[in-house]
Design a protein around this ligand. Structure first.
Ligand SMILES: Cc1ncc(COP(=O)(O)O)c(C=O)c1O
Length: 429
């Protein structure tokens, strides 16, 4: 038997279901030929794109697009150095603006959030204890698994179970650091955690709260009287949205969703920033973000100042209209907080491939959520709204969902906690 054949025997069979999507539906692993506003062409079929995370619609913004060629003409396409060696001035400009926007002590930018979790969680944890929320993003888990490999103890707790978290904090080793990791706006449910309660508990037990707000940054922010929606103003993420401080808290976020650019950040005290600069492989050794992304981040920050409130107002109005329609249908959606992430589980007797064919027929491009990416009882699809969607597109989507609800495709009745996990569960994801 060849080495490859032997290896193939050990491939995880659970992933066959995802592979089936790849071979049986055009809505998976698709090649997009063309983009026209929020419509995309696959083959010769035009669909409305409800699968991107470009929440502010900056990917299509003429000011942002124009800024890219200007900076590329100045800097070339790509800084060839790792950040340790040198960074184009665009980086300090972004970090200064970002620090002001977040109201954080300091910020550090690296290409992706995945790189940040994988390198920073182990570097902070050492041989201490990491407590990770069961709903946290897969990339946080990857960081935790790496931390465990390097000597940390990792425990998992059920989202919102503060009593269990308090027990874990009490039991955790006093000698090593204690870090509590969770999502801000959750990538699957669209809901916000009770950040003030987590923060209070962490401060009480001398632990550090580590929050990934990939989906909140750009969307939710400061609450103030002139806000255009309950998302708040400025899109400066969950810490500001809750009026919390950055004491004993590290915020991680990214520009790859609301800002449509390949860049991510940590908001943290300057002493820790300097430490991360000397221990984190993505700062020391990885290639940097391309100039086009640095340019679109800077231009996006500018657009956010000038037009961000109008964009968020529109985004909220669309999201609320869709969610009101869905809730009136009695269909399950995990979203209770009106953010632009709308997950719709399908009925247990329906096949996701068949559902994807029907969505395709109706010109709807969505994110399919198959097992084992989600638990079996949560198989379905996810819709993401952006400020570049129109009311007409929303009506078309809502009508299609109404039909899918009527023919029994969508799950009925409320399911509030879709991911039950034993309170004592340790890391297994
Ligand atoms: C909550 C969350 N964290 C991290 C990531 C990964 O971000 P990046 O592409 O910057 O690695 C995602 C991407 O979907 C996400 O939803």
């Amino acid at each position: 038997m060849t080495g490859l054949a032997a290896l193939m025997e050990y491939l995880d069979p659970r992933f066959a279901q995802i592979d089936e999507l790849r071979t049986r539906t055009r809505m998976w692993d698709a090649v997009i030929e063309e983009v026209r506003g929020r419509e995309i062409r696959i083959g010769d079929h035009w669909l409305v794109d409800w699968a991107s995370c470009n929440y502010l619609g900056l990917d299509l913004d003429p000011d942002v697009i124009a800024a890219v060629s200007e900076q590329v003409a100045k800097w070339g396409t790509h800084p060839g150095w790792s950040r340790m060696l040198g960074s184009p001035r665009l980086y300090p400009e972004i970090e200064e603006r970002l620090t002001e926007l977040l109201g954080a002590p300091d910020t550090l930018t690296l290409p992706t959030i995945s790189q940040i979790h994988l390198s920073v969680i182990p570097a902070l944890a050492h041989r201490g204890t990491v407590m990770v929320e069961n709903l946290a993003h897969k990339t946080i888990y990857d960081g935790c698994v790496h931390a465990r490999g390097l000597g940390a103890t990792v425990h998992r707790f059920r989202s919102g179970d503060l009593d269990r978290l308090e027990d874990l904090l009490k039991e955790a080793t006093i000698t090593g650091p204690r870090i509590v990791c969770l999502d801000g706006v959750n990538s699957m449910t669209g809901n916000l955690p009770d950040l003030p309660a987590y923060h209070r508990l962490c401060r009480e037990y001398g632990a550090l709260l580590y929050v990934d707000d990939a989906h909140g940054f750009g969307v939710i922010g400061d609450r103030r009287p002139d806000e255009t929606s309950p998302y708040g103003a400025r899109g400066n993420a969950i810490v500001r949205h809750h009026g919390e401080t950055y004491d004993d808290l590290i915020l991680v976020g990214g520009f790859s969703k609301a800002y449509s650019s390949l860049l991510a950040f940590l908001a943290l005290p300057t002493e820790l920033k300097n430490y991360v600069k000397v221990v984190a492989a993505p700062y020391l050794y990885s290639g940097p973000s391309p100039v086009a992304s640095l340019a679109s981040v800077l231009a996006g920050l500018e657009v956010n100042e000038v037009r961000g409130e109008a964009m968020r107002g529109h985004l909220y109005r669309l999201s609320k209209r869709l969610l009101d329609r869905i809730r009136a249908l009695g269909v399950v959606t995990l979203n209770t907080d009106d953010t632009p992430i709308v997950e719709l589980p399908i009925a247990t007797d329906r096949d996701l491939v068949d559902v994807s064919h029907e969505l395709w027929r109706r010109r709807l491009f969505v994110t399919l959520a198959p097992y084992p990416g989600v638990p079996k009882d949560q198989v379905g699809f996810r819709i993401q709204l952006t400020a570049a969607h129109t009311d007409e597109q929303l009506d078309h989507l809502a009508d299609a969902i109404t039909d899918l609800a009527a023919d029994g495709t969508l799950r009925q009745a409320a399911v509030r906690d879709p991911y039950p996990v034993a309170a004592t569960d340790t890391l297994s994801r």
